[in-house]
Write a protein that binds this ligand. Structure first.
Ligand code: 4AD
Ligand code: MG
Length: 459
């Protein structure tokens, strides 16, 4: 008999009234009194579990009564509506087949576990309610992002993971090589390398994205990117998922409008599509979550320049670990102060000094600042980084020299400035950062299945 998803029964219980069906999944709990008992079954299709009533007419009654949490079973029986109970229906079991019984060393027992403990058993944590909800929202969020860009006519391009250029300048890169580097002390020789040159795991798909923007007008990438930095924070991963739209004939102001529209679209979409998961987060993770998200949807994002931001921050310098002055990088504590204390909503910071931003950002007429924008969210800090791109070949060459970048590594990117170049802009959204904001989860390790962070690559 074909198995029915528990979610399907919850969607229209009346249709199943009196029906004999089969369900299958994993036991959350079981109890019995010798003559009858109850099973709580979870099949992963929704947060809800299904109650199964069984009696000692079952030939394996005594086994089922004592079955451990986490065991996989299949149940055949009749659905009965129970409108007076907490659960709107239950199954009266006629047959329960044990597929694989766990024993008492199964790590996920009924009690609530800490997220720290669950990180150590990351291969099992999607089975908990919390992580089940997180990863379902993650799936829906990915879908909503594709939907948003697809509806706007963007082409989804898949850019390479292995690269020979470092687009983000400052970011540290993982080397990709076939050489046994532990065996050999020798010097780097391109002839030894499969690609004939030094190669890395890419920190961004932007450069290739720009090439595609000049072919399709509007593109986006969505894939994993890599940063080799040794930062142990609650917001940094060595492998994270990155959405990078790039649009021809778009300036910085239009780019920020696009970002704001995207954010409102996906947040609204998740609240509509995942009400059970969102209710779960607001009960168990962050009670102010829904207010916070409504606040984002219903208000305009703020806009300030870097220079204005520094003026505001300087007044609070005595409370910062790193006091600021014009020219210095804005750190997380400053980003959060601006977003949480001063503006209390998402805000764009624009026109940063060129020294602290990547080479590709368009230089302003002042010659000192660039048309870049970071979007800061309360509780998180930076969730997107973007800019209008420099389209002037000679200006780009000059800044590359200032930043010690080799022209020969970027020849094709430079050529884009000669072959039908137009004004264009793009941004990068850290998928896990926005997922943290939407779920209220405070550590980035808990919104990605198997996090890659320093000293952590077990699963
Ligand atoms: O600001 P970033 O470094 O910008 C770029 O990579 C540009 N090429 C984007 C573009 O214009 N196409 O990274 C963009 C975003 C950040 O705002 C942040 O949300 C996320 O990527 N991010 C990280 N997320 C998790 N762990 C890390 N180590 C991250 N580094 C950046
Ligand atoms: Mg950035």
């Amino acid at each position: 008999m074909k198995k029915v998803d528990i979610k399907t029964i919850y969607t229209s219980p009346k249709e199943f009234d009196g029906q004999e069906i089969t369900v299958a999944g994993w036991v959350r709990s079981a109890r019995g009194n010798g003559s009858f008992g109850f099973l709580d079954l979870h099949d992963g299709t929704c947060l809800n579990t299904m109650q199964i009533v069984f009696t000692n007419k079952l030939k394996n009654y005594s086994i089922i009564e004592k079955i451990n949490t986490g065991s996989s079973i299949m149940c055949k029986g009749k659905i009965v509506l129970t409108p007076e109970n907490k659960q709107p229906f239950e199954m009266q079991a006629e047959e329960v087949t044990v597929l694989c019984a766990t024993d008492s060393d199964y790590p996920l027992q009924k009690k609530r576990h800490t997220v720290e403990f669950l990180r150590e058993i990351a291969y099992l944590r999607p089975r908990t309610n919390l992580f089940n909800a997180v990863f379902r929202v993650r799936s829906e969020l990915a879908f909503l992002l594709h939907k948003f860009f697809n509806e706007k006519g963007f082409v989804y391009v898949q850019t390479p993971i292995i690269t020979s250029s470092d687009c983000e300048g400052g970011s540290e890169l993982f080397r990709v090589t076939t050489q046994d580097i532990y065996d050999k002390e020798g010097k780097f020789d391109p002839a030894d390398e499969l690609f004939g040159k030094k190669t890395y795991l890419t920190p961004t798909g932007q450069l290739e994205g720009e090439a595609c923007a000049f072919a399709f007008g509007k593109i986006y990438t969505f894939g994993p990117t890599f940063r080799a930095e040794n930062s142990n924070t609650t917001r940094h991963l060595n492998e994270f998922w990155h959405i990078e739209p790039e649009v021809a004939f778009m300036n910085l102001d239009e780019l920020m409008d696009l970002e704001e529209e995207m954010m409102k679209y996906i947040i609204k979409g998740i609240m509509e599509k995942c009400p059970d998961e969102m209710a779960f987060f607001s009960k168990f993770v962050d009670t102010s979550l829904l207010d916070r998200l409504h606040n984002v949807i219903n208000n305009d994002f703020a806009h300030i320049t870097y220079t204005e931001a520094i003026e505001i921050l300087e007044k609070n310098n005595k409370n910062f670990v790193y006091p600021v002055s014009w020219g210095c990088d804005i750190q997380t504590e400053h980003e959060r102060y601006l977003a949480e204390q001063v503006y209390k909503k998402p805000l764009f910071v624009t026109d940063y000094p060129k020294e602290i931003k990547a080479f590709y950002m368009k230089i302003n007429e002042d010659g000192k600042t660039v048309r870049g924008c970071d979007l800061l969210f309360p509780g998180i800090g930076e969730v997107t980084g973007g800019s209008e791109r420099e389209t002037d070949y000679n200006k780009l060459l000059k800044i590359m020299k200032e930043k010690n970048l080799k022209e020969e590594d970027y020849w094709w990117y430079m050529n884009l400035r000669k072959f039908g170049s137009v004004e264009h802009s793009g941004f990068g959204l850290g998928f896990e950062r926005i997922l943290m904001y939407i779920t209220g989860i405070s550590n980035i390790r808990d919104v990605i299945l198997f996090p890659r962070t320093p000293n952590n690559c077990e699963f």
